[in-house]
Design a protein around this ligand. Structure first.
Ligand code: HEM
Length: 231
């Protein structure tokens, strides 16, 4: 008798994680674009940066209370597991293809940490022309200028490189591995093969969505308060 081959759809990315992702992408592209334009567009650069701040705070909380595959614990892999993954040696129960793979997890943490550094340095930056971050007054002039140097130069270039790498990796999966990672980030569901039929789904119910809304509102209010410190 032949083995069953039908794929079954399993909820991997809950709605709050998907909204987080696409809002983050829009805010980061917005921040990069407005920084590129400069001048009056910097008002929007600050708004995009504060949106990224709120989103990162939300993601930090969601990494503990969010759906199964959005929790940090589900993609915090030991170095030995990464090596095993790279050698193609998955063990039963590994579920490397469900949430973030060990390699993908590295890029996710890299992006999140770098974005946090970009936001932190932006908050205390001073372009010495017209714009200061809302927390610039709380640091010394010298520190503010060092932060500005990172924020507007090397940090921005590393971020751009990571975003390009991120999109290139997703294109590589599509073209070379015939794996569509984008649809699950839109619909929430991943097609899971019978061999991994025991993959637990992420809880994505009305209750968890309301919780996400409350956390999101608190994070947004915090970002607005931070912005008000610069007025
Ligand atoms: C500035 C732009 C972007 C940033 C900062 C960004 C950031 C991220 C982050 C932080 C995650 C992890 C999500 C989480 O665990 O919460 C992620 C995952 C993902 N992103 Fe992006 N992203 C960007 C643009 C894009 C674009 C344009 C696409 C589509 C072409 C895309 C497709 C995906 C997909 C498919 C995943 C899930 C990957 C997986 O299955 O492991 N991203 N992104």
């Amino acid at each position: 008798m032949s083995k069953p081959t039908a794929l079954s759809a399993v909820r991997i990315w809950d709605l709050p994680s998907r909204l987080f992702h696409w809002l983050l992408a829009a805010a980061v592209f917005g921040a990069l674009g407005t920084a590129w334009v400069g001048g009056n567009a910097m008002v929007w650069h600050m708004r995009c940066g504060l949106t990224v701040l709120a989103l990162l705070l939300f993601r930090a909380a969601w990494g503990f209370v969010g759906g199964r595959w959005s929790r940090f614990a589900s993609f915090l892999y030991a170095p030995a597991t990464l090596q095993r993954y790279l050698r193609g040696e998955a063990r039963p129960g590994d579920h490397f293809d469900a949430g973030h793979s060990p390699l993908g997890a590295l890029s996710v943490f890299g992006l999140l940490v770098l974005l946090a550094v970009q936001v932190a340095t932006g908050l205390v930056a001073d372009d010495e022309v017209a714009f200061k971050g809302p927390l610039n007054r709380y640091v010394s002039n010298a520190r503010g200028l060092v932060a500005t140097g990172w924020h507007a130069d090397i940090g921005a270039w590393i971020l751009l490189a990571l975003v390009v790498l991120h999109i290139a990796a997703i294109a590589y999966y599509r073209v070379r591995k015939q794996t569509d990672l984008i649809s699950p980030m839109l619909s929430g569901d991943k097609p899971i093969p019978p061999a991994a039929a025991d993959t637990p789904p992420s809880v994505d119910r009305a209750g968890t969505r309301v919780l996400a809304l409350v956390i999101g509102a608190v994070c947004a209010a915090f970002a607005v308060w931070v912005a008000s410190l610069g007025l």
